[in-house]
Design a protein around this ligand. Structure first.
Ligand SMILES: *[C@@H]1O[C@H](CO)[C@@H](O)[C@H](O)[C@H]1NC(C)=O
Ligand SMILES: *[C@@H]1O[C@H](CO)[C@@H](O)[C@H](O)[C@H]1NC(C)=O
Ligand SMILES: *[C@@H]1O[C@H](CO)[C@@H](O)[C@H](O)[C@H]1NC(C)=O
Ligand SMILES: *[C@@H]1O[C@H](CO)[C@@H](O)[C@H](O)[C@H]1NC(C)=O
Ligand SMILES: CC(=O)N[C@H]1CO[C@H](CO)[C@@H](O)[C@@H]1O
Length: 896
């Protein structure tokens, strides 16, 4: 209601009849008609309103040719309507006033339009109910500036008189609660803002400065752009408002704006500035030699006035959005006629000719010069909008006046609000599509994107793209990049995929890039974060994607695997051969010395060990993981316990301390020993398998691979298992070491010592390696090698020597030879040995001891000789044992 109060104040100092007559005759372009269309245009640009002390006539200066030409576009359009069949029998008239680019004269003009229709004096009647009130003008065209349009619209909103601005684009004017009777031939700035945002996004520019005139248009455009830019992650280095003030003040502000621009690191400037200001600004910037890339709003984007004064290249690159352009039929002819036939005599036209005829030097100009000055200053886009405005009003009038092709049936004294409802429904074809108002009373067509180019020393506007308000898409012509020579204007360089932004605290346009660490990636430009790869994927530092980890395990085809398999097969073959040989020569003393029947336990268990060594190769599965260690350990324990028995036997045979021997003999029980020793291992393995069994795992310690492995589960039990074998091996080693002095033919002890030593060294080394490279792919292979080596060391130390004797020392592989040797051995020790034959016989009857083993026979010889009645020749006297032994031996020799 504020506007209503403003109107009432105006009523108080409404001009009296004298001044009304004065106003009628000057400062107006008018033509009479049945229906009057009002116009308010800023024909002058500067109003000296500051130092007024009394409300006399306003004093305007700075004639604006381009606006005057827009006025002519309106005049021409109305004449065209009169000369057409659009409104048959109706004569349109017009009254056009100057707003001097200020609100006060615009209000005065509005008042004139509000005065009663067909009354001789300009007076506004005050009513409570304006439903039937018919004012002078049925519709009003104007103003150019949003700020002025807003005030006019506020007043007309009360009377519901249709107002249609040709280019006022402030967003605010779309608000139909405040501006119910306002229409416009252009889209709201909201669309321009989104067009600018789309352009910035398309060109990937994100670092801008904003300049705006400090009026309704500039403020609202700047605020929308700031909030919209924030949403689209476009950052603003600075924004600056240039107030509308008197010349000197304003130039001061423009200078400060120029400083800002010069100091800014932003390359792109978006300017919502009146064209007169931008001209001044450019002049300063050219002085400073600062060039930037400009995005011009519709306010100055196609201002020939600016373009004629500067060279586009001096200020940089200028891109601008203009309203959709079109051609007004016959307008150029009209203008030509205007110059040549000076038929019109209103104040403005005369001022126009004065302005036109005097160039800067003051000399007279020819007609063609005049015409070229017109084309220099003409704003085609604005004029086309004026044309559309008149067309829209005409189409609405057609409906109100109920016209057909012959005549119009309606009365001319209808109230303007009746026109308003028809205006909303207007729809007519244009050059590209249809003209119609959206719900906000805007014609949301779109924009053309133009580029300022210097051609032959003058600036031309080249259309390089367009923006459609309907689809909200910006389309750039293919030659855009070539003409516009666009760079990439960002605060920071784009972070490539594989990098992430390290965001600066101030804004998210200026940042550094850092590479994604290993195991992470980013697949887009300007990622904020690096994403972590999936569990089964990996990536290098700075990767844009993850790669699948390769699944790795010890393959059958691996060279090392093949070698191991060959060794295992060879081992099995050797064991077969050895078994055959041992079976064939089982009864020979060499084989008996090597363990005799025990080799039927040892050899198969060694085969099983070889098999278990193969289980360390290939893709691990749970079952194999569970089987392989127990299989090896139990089989190997079996073998070692056989060796233990053998060691025992050697000790037993060649021990000279009778009491020790007696105790040992009690312990010497081969099968129970083997079963017990192995049984313990079986229990260990069972505990292992039941508590924490081995299983397959995916080892991801290497980032690029998944290593399929058997995890041994409980490492303690694994250690105990190996330790237990080592413990048995130690016992063997100690026993064998004690028995190392056995006769040459019974060199078993030495071999056992050696093989146990080899075994212990092997497995201690394995333990060390295992602890150090637990997770390695080759840990399995190393254990496999250890197993193979153990098996081979067993074969070498326990079976090959025997085989050698069996095959190549047949002559020595006879019992007598063994016995002789044994006797020699004991003789050296000064001990008694029964005669070979006797010994043999004794051993044959001995159940407890192995008859095949002469050592055993020897070991028991004293007692056997004595206890056996058939050999009763031996004296038994502990005091003179040596004598008796030698005696016995002598006797035996005789008997042999
Ligand atoms: C009016 O129309 C006629 C023909 O239709 C044309 O010859 C004449 O020049 C027009 N006048 C104006 C002022 O446009
Ligand atoms: C205007 O008023 C005059 C008399 O003052 C009248 O003759 C004329 O018909 C009126 N015109 C219209 C369009 O009402
Ligand atoms: C206003 O005037 C019109 C026409 O005379 C009439 O129809 C309407 O009822 C009036 N409104 C009020 C609120 O009096
Ligand atoms: C521009 O920078 C200069 C020196 O760097 C400084 O003196 C001046 O105040 C700055 N102007 C603006 C508007 O920031
Ligand atoms: C106001 C105006 O231009 N009126 C004209 C409308 O058209 C007729 C016929 O062409 C002219 O006679 C009027 O002068």
């Amino acid at each position: 209601m504020q506007s209503t109060i403003a109107i009432l104040i105006f009523f108080c100092w409404l001009p009296d009849e004298r001044s009304a007559r004065f106003c009628n005759n000057t400062g107006v372009i008018r033509a009479p008609g049945d229906i009057i269309i009002g116009g308010i245009f800023p024909i002058h640009r500067i109003l000296d309103i500051v130092n007024r002390t009394e409300p006399g006539p306003l004093n305007c200066s700075k004639f604006e040719i381009s606006t005057f030409l827009s006025v002519q576009a309106m005049v021409h359009s109305i004449e065209q309507v009169n000369n057409s069949t659009l409104l048959p029998g109706v004569k349109l008239g017009y009254e056009i006033y100057d707003s001097c680019a200020d609100v006060a004269p615009a209000i005065q003009a509005t008042m004139k339009f509000l005065s009663k229709f067909n009354s001789s004096d300009k007076s506004v009647e005050i009513h409570c109910n304006y439903t039937d009130y018919v004012p002078a003008a049925k519709a009003i065209v104007g103003d150019l500036f949003s700020e002025i349009s807003i005030v006019i619209a506020r007043i007309l909103n009360f009377y519901l008189i249709p107002q249609m601005s040709y280019v006022s684009s402030a967003e605010y004017l779309s608000d139909k609660t405040k501006f119910a009777s306002f229409f416009r031939a252009v889209p709201s700035d909201r669309h321009q803002i989104s067009a600018i945002i789309k352009l910035l996004q398309h060109l990937k520019w994100n670092w801008i400065g904003i300049l705006a005139t400090d009026d309704d248009y500039g403020r609202s455009a700047m605020n929308s752009l700031i909030s919209e830019a924030e949403k689209q992650r476009i950052c603003i280095d600075f924004h600056f408002r240039i107030p509308v003030q008197n010349m000197a003040e304003q130039n001061n502000y423009i200078k400060r704006a120029a400083d800002k621009i010069m100091n800014s690191s932003a390359e792109v400037m978006v300017a919502f500035i009146r064209s007169s200001d931008i001209k001044t600004l450019f002049e300063i910037l050219i002085d400073y030699q600062v060039s930037k890339t400009w995005i011009a709003s519709d306010a100055w984007s196609n201002s020939k006035n600016v373009a004629s004064k500067i060279q586009a290249e001096q200020v940089g690159n200028i891109l601008g959005f203009t309203f959709k352009n079109g051609t007004i039929p016959n307008f150029n002819e009209y203008l030509k006629k205007l110059v040549t036939h000076t038929t019109k005599s209103d104040d403005f036209t005369q001022e126009f000719f004065r302005d036109l005829k005097n160039n800067d030097s003051g000399s007279q100009m020819t007609e063609s010069d005049q015409y070229s000055k017109i084309t220099e200053n003409i704003n085609d886009a604005y004029n086309y909008c004026v044309y559309l405005t008149i067309k829209a009003i005409t189409h609405a009038l057609q409906k109100v006046l109920n016209c057909d092709h012959q005549k119009c049936n309606g009365s001319f004294d209808f109230a303007p609000w009746q026109l308003l409802s028809e205006m909303k429904k207007v729809r007519f074809p244009t050059e590209d599509g249809f003209f119609y108002f959206d719900s906000s009373g805007d014609y949301s067509s779109g924009y053309d994107l133009i580029h300022w180019e210097t051609v032959n020393n003058s600036t031309e506007f080249i259309t390089v793209g367009n923006y459609s308000a309907e689809t909200q898409l910006i389309t750039l012509h293919p030659y855009f990049n070539k003409t516009a020579k666009i760079g990439v204007f960002r605060c920071s360089n784009t972070c490539k995929p594989g990098e992430r932004k390290t965001v600066s605290p101030e804004n998210n346009c200026c940042y550094n890039c850092s590479k994604c660490s290993e195991g992470t990636y980013s697949d887009k430009n300007d990622s904020n974060d690096c994403k972590t790869c999936q569990e089964d994927e990996w990536s290098n530092k700075g990767s844009s994607r993850c790669q699948k980890r390769t699944v790795d395990f010890l393959k059958w085809s691996d060279g090392l695997s093949i070698v191991l398999i060959l060794f295992a097969i060879l081992g099995v073959l050797i064991i077969c051969v050895v078994s055959i040989m041992f079976t064939k020569y089982l009864s020979t003393p060499a084989v008996k010395a090597a363990g005799g029947w025990m080799c039927y336990i040892m050899l198969p268990s060694l085969v099983a060990c070889l098999v278990s060594s193969i289980f360390f190769i290939g893709k691990p599965i749970d079952l194999i993981c569970k089987i392989r260690q127990p299989l090896f350990s139990i089989c190997f324990t079996l073998s070692v316990s056989c060796i233990l028995v053998k060691s025992f036997r050697i000790i037993l045979a060649f021990s000279f301390n009778p009491t020790v021997r007696k105790n040992l003999r009690l312990l010497y029980k081969p099968l129970p020993v083997i079963i017990t020793a192995t049984g313990v291992q079986v229990i260990i393995c069972s505990l292992w398998l039941s508590l924490d069994p081995p299983k397959t795992i995916k080892n991801r310690s290497d980032p690029k691979t998944i290593l399929l492995q058997c995890s041994e589960g409980s490492h303690t039990t694994f250690g105990i298992m190996l330790g237990y074998i080592a413990f048995l091996a130690c016992i063997c080693f100690i026993l064998a070491f004690k028995g190392r002095k056995a006769p040459k033919m019974y060199n078993e002890a030495r071999f056992i010592t050696f093989s146990m030593l080899v075994y212990l060294i092997l497995w201690i080394s394995f333990g060390v390696i295992y602890l150090n490279l637990g997770g390695n792919k080759y840990i399995g292979i190393i254990e496999s090698i250890a197993i193979l080596a153990s098996v081979y060391s067993f074969l070498c130390c326990h079976f090959f020597p025997t085989c050698y004797v069996v095959l190549f020392k047949k002559e020595s592989n006879v019992e007598s030879n063994y016995l002789t040797q044994a006797r020699e051995h004991f003789k050296q020790k000064g001990q008694f040995v029964c005669p070979v034959a006797k010994m043999r016989r004794i051993s044959q009857i001995s159940n407890e001891e192995q008859t095949s083993n002469p050592i055993v026979v020897k070991a028991s010889i004293e007692n056997e000789c004595l206890s056996n009645p058939k050999t009763g020749h031996i004296y038994h006297n502990t005091n003179f044992q040596n004598h008796r032994v030698s005696h016995c031996l002598r006797k035996r020799h005789k008997s042999c």
